[in-house]
Design a protein around this ligand. Structure first.
Ligand code: PMP
Length: 461
């Protein structure tokens, strides 16, 4: 495609496309950011400018861009079996191989996999499985689902309801009333004055206990939790939270669902976030890093105990009536398998842990003393940099001042992409797991320069 074709397409974009999660007025005034190529950790726009993509697309390009072996795996599968469905017990060799591989690395206890096309449908599937599971055991009223403030579980009608970020509900009749909301487990922004981390944790668990008591456990099906909240601010709960949560939920026959859509497949320096954080899931949603973004695919996991109940239901009722046209897609399964093998072969999960430690060390070295940086958090190659207007008081900047957007725009001018999370004034980092220490240095220096450029002058006026 030559330059004039590209210019024409850039001009035509706003005439024909409704962009996801985007400002229409910004598109009309600035046009799209047209990305035409990518390799390793770098993306390239239509003007030929290259950027270090320290977000890995949307937290998904774990293996890095442009991996020839992943393209080859898709080509081979597409040539052999471009598509066939998996309804009515149709299958294909790729999905079976993939499921076997995934179960060999999944957290203990998970025994069966359901394939879909993305994170929202994986969570949607697990909401329905939770309802179905309880109904089959005679608990037809177990319908409510608990989710936390600042959670992100997707944008379908049901999963946007679980999502605890107000922006995803505005002017939609959401959240639906099957959702019960509890506190975000972020000590830095949510602790009461004088409260220590253990007391904070106790308060959170007490709140959930009270909610269960007032709602009635007989009305509650499941609790959804990202091991570390991603889009809601890179937030890790206090120590012991998940162990206490699991015990409480088990006591009340409420399923614990881990949403590992971001944390899964090496992001935190372990295959999954749940074992790292002491979260023992009854079910688990994954997507994104499953294929490193090369194919839209999700994998939702359930324990054999849950499966046994579904099996008995199927014996009585007939089919398990849920599924998608692209469930178990052979091309997606082939590239997912090649991707997992690549992560293994290149030791990228260990590398995420080691280079993640380097990333966090560099962020602390360079930004700890910055008056506008309140907290640096996360694990492995998932990090959040909290911006604060008043460091001593832990006061966040006013949303209207748009600090995260200003800083991320300035970082972009320096050739690096980070993600602004406006609801918590945080900058998110989740690069491909292949990122080098030199690239980490470039990223950290760009962040420092942009924060100083954008925020220091504010205190001088
Ligand atoms: N869960 C989490 C934790 C996510 O971060 C996302 C997407 N960012 C989703 C679910 C939804 O995934 P998708 O956009 O593929 O539907």
């Amino acid at each position: 495609m030559d330059d004039s074709d590209l210019k024409k397409l850039i001009a035509e974009d706003a005439d024909v496309i409704l962009h996801p999660a985007s400002s229409i007025s910004a598109l009309l005034s600035n046009g799209p950011q047209m990305i035409c190529a990518a390799d390793g950790c770098m993306i390239e726009d239509a003007q030929g400018r290259r950027y270090l993509d320290a977000v890995g697309g949307l937290w998904c390009v774990n293996a890095g861009y442009g991996r020839a072996e992943l393209a080859q795996a898709m080509k081979e599968a597409a040539e052999k079996l471009s598509y066939y469905h998996t309804f009515s017990n149709a299958s294909n060799p790729w999905q079976v191989q993939l499921a076997e591989k995934l179960l060999s690395i999944a957290p203990a206890g998970l025994g069966k996999v359901f394939f879909g096309s993305g994170g929202s449908d994986a969570n949607d599937t697990l909401i329905k499985i939770a309802w179905h599971y309880h109904a089959l055991r005679g608990q037809h009223k177990k319908i409510k689902v608990i989710a936390r403030q600042q959670a992100y579980h997707g944008t379908s009608v049901s999963t946007a309801s679980l999502t605890g970020l107000g922006g995803f509900h505005k002017e939609f009749p959401l959240p639906l009333d099957f959702v019960l909301r509890v506190e975000c487990p972020h000590f830095y922004t949510r602790a009461l004055p004088g409260e220590d981390e253990a007391q904070f944790c106790e308060r959170l668990i007490d709140e959930i206990r009270q909610l269960i008591n007032t709602t009635g456990a007989e009305n509650i099906a499941a609790f959804f939790a990202e091991p570390i909240h991603a889009a809601g601010g890179i937030i890790e709960p206090p120590a012991g939270y998940y162990q206490k949560l699991k015990a409480l939920l088990a006591e009340h026959d409420i399923l614990l669902v881990a949403d590992e859509v971001v944390c899964g497949y090496g992001r935190l320096g372990s295959w999954f976030g749940s074992p790292l954080l002491g979260l023992e899931p009854d079910m688990m949603a994954t997507a994104k890093g499953l294929t490193s973004g090369y194919f839209p695919m999700s994998a939702a996991f359930i324990t054999n105990e849950v499966w046994q109940v579904l099996k008995q239901g199927s014996d009585k009722l007939g089919a398990f009536s849920h599924g998608y046209t692209y469930s178990g897609h052979p091309v997606g399964a082939a590239v997912a398998l090649a991707n997992i093998e690549l992560l293994e072969r290149e030791g990228l999960v260990d590398k995420a842990r080691e280079n993640g430690a380097y990333l966090h060390q560099r962020l602390h070295d360079v930004l700890d003393s910055n008056p506008y940086v309140g907290e640096i958090r996360g694990r492995g190659l998932l990090a959040g940099v909290q911006l604060v207007a008043d460091k001593a008081q832990r006061r966040l900047p006013d949303a209207g001042d748009k600090w995260p957007l200003k800083v991320s725009n300035a970082v972009r001018e320096l050739g690096v992409i980070v993600r602004p999370l406006p609801s918590v004034a945080t900058l998110a980092i989740s690069p491909p797991l292949t990122i080098s220490c030199e690239q980490i240095d470039t990223l950290v220096m760009a962040l420092q320069t942009a924060i100083n450029q954008q925020l220091a002058p504010l205190s001088e006026v």
